[in-house]
Design a protein around this ligand. Structure first.
Ligand code: DHB
Length: 388
């Protein structure tokens, strides 16, 4: 009798232990980022911000530890695709995240669909990305979302003749199309559309064409990290003193490298969703914690990583560590106060809805900042809004 009871108890103990072991199984977030190569600054920002959020708010969910696994895709689509496959098959990650450039997000979308694994795009910003898989949710922005408000600002501020100059790949084409569409609709004229190669860009021949044509302004998009090289060539050609105004998406006056640009950047008007100078308690806390943790100033890529982790962690909490479709459903319609301001996930498009700010580069306490002076509230991706 006694023996039986002991055996029974042992059985219960074994079951309880198995249960506890199961509950301890980690939740894995597979982060794919360019940590080396020309776009390593994007990887560095997103990684630092994701780890910051993880340390502050997301070390465990439903009693299970949350792990960030990081792989360096070097900014090459074939590598991203292979590493995403490894994350899904070998590591059995619950979520794929990161994606520093549009081609890398495009390459991974079919894997997310096939594996039914949520894919959180924290950086890449071509409008069409979220249409590549129902498992994609985006925490960054879209180029049309931030560009249309700049075209509107230009028309209202006496700018009539513009040349556009963008990096020649999907987000650049998105920016060019959005700018031209809105600016010409408001009666402006686009003199020519210049496209600079993504790899090893030389701006000089394009800037010469701008100098020769003398438009009222040149509208520019280059990806994060490239703005400093652009600004250097802009001033070397004397364009900063030529009367041609520089207007750009905030990718050009990226907070991570803005200080290196020096005087030439002063007065540049940009539109974007995040500035390290954004005046809110949430942003002050974010900038301070980011500096402490990573010894640098966060930029818009950093905030995309921070908010992407918020999205993942809140969805995990809401579903008690759910997976696949359930996790994507939990992300749809989510609302929160980001360091960038109020944001939400559009349940129809899975894109982020956010304020877009008009900013001017100014010196504050000896440092250059994008100082916000106007706000356009709750902007959706205009490309998808127009399709409805
Ligand atoms: C993309 C990359 C960037 O660095 C950026 O600033 C905007 C868009 C992209 O490839 O989608």
């Amino acid at each position: 009798m006694l023996k039986k009871t002991v055996a029974g108890l042992a059985g219960i103990a074994t079951l309880a232990f198995a249960g506890a072991a199961g509950a301890q199984e980690p939740i894995k977030i597979g982060l794919l980022l360019p940590m080396t190569g020309p776009f390593a600054s994007t990887g560095r920002q997103v990684e630092a911000a994701a780890r910051l959020y993880h340390g502050q708010h997301c070390q465990t969910v439903a009693g299970r530890p949350v792990q960030i696994l990081l792989k360096d895709d070097t900014g090459t689509a074939d590598v991203t695709r292979r590493l995403a496959q490894e994350f899904v098959v070998n590591d059995k990650v619950n979520v794929l995240a990161g994606f520093g450039l549009t081609p890398l997000a495009f390459a991974t979308a079919p894997i997310a669909t096939q594996a039914k694994t949520p894919m959180v795009v924290m950086a890449a910003a071509t409008s069409a990305i979220t249409e590549q898989s129902p498992f994609i949710v985006r925490s960054s922005f879209t180029l049309p979302q931030v560009t249309v408000p700049l075209a509107e600002w230009a028309s209202k501020n006496g700018i009539k003749r513009v040349m556009t100059l963008v990096t020649d790949y999907a987000p650049g084409i998105d920016a060019e199309t959005a700018f031209k569409g809105r600016f010409t609709q408001d009666g402006g004229q686009v003199l020519s559309e210049l496209r600079v190669p993504l790899r090893n860009p030389d701006f000089a021949p394009f800037l010469q064409r701008v100098a020769d044509a003398k438009p009222d302004a040149v509208f520019v998009f280059v990806p994060s990290g490239v703005g400093a090289a652009f600004m250097k060539q802009f001033s070397e050609r004397g364009l900063d003193k030529s009367g041609v105004r520089l207007i750009a998406t905030g990718d050009v006056t990226d907070d991570d490298i803005l200080n290196e640009m020096g005087e030439v950047a002063l007065g540049t008007i940009t539109t974007h969703h995040y500035s390290a100078a954004h005046d809110s308690p949430e942003n002050k806390a974010f900038v301070e914690a980011f500096r402490k943790a990573a010894n640098m100033r966060p930029n818009f890529m950093g905030v995309g990583g921070f908010d992407g982790m918020h999205l993942i962690c809140e969805a995990l909490k809401k579903t008690n560590a759910g997976a696949g479709d359930a996790l994507v459903e939990a992300m749809k319609g989510m609302k929160w106060t980001s360091p960038r301001g109020p944001v939400s996930i559009d349940p129809e498009t899975r894109d982020i809805v956010q304020n877009v700010y008009v900013r001017r580069v100014e010196r504050r306490d000896g440092e250059l900042y994008n100082v916000e002076f106007a706000t356009i509230e709750a902007v959706k991706d205009p490309v998808k809004a127009a399709k409805k």
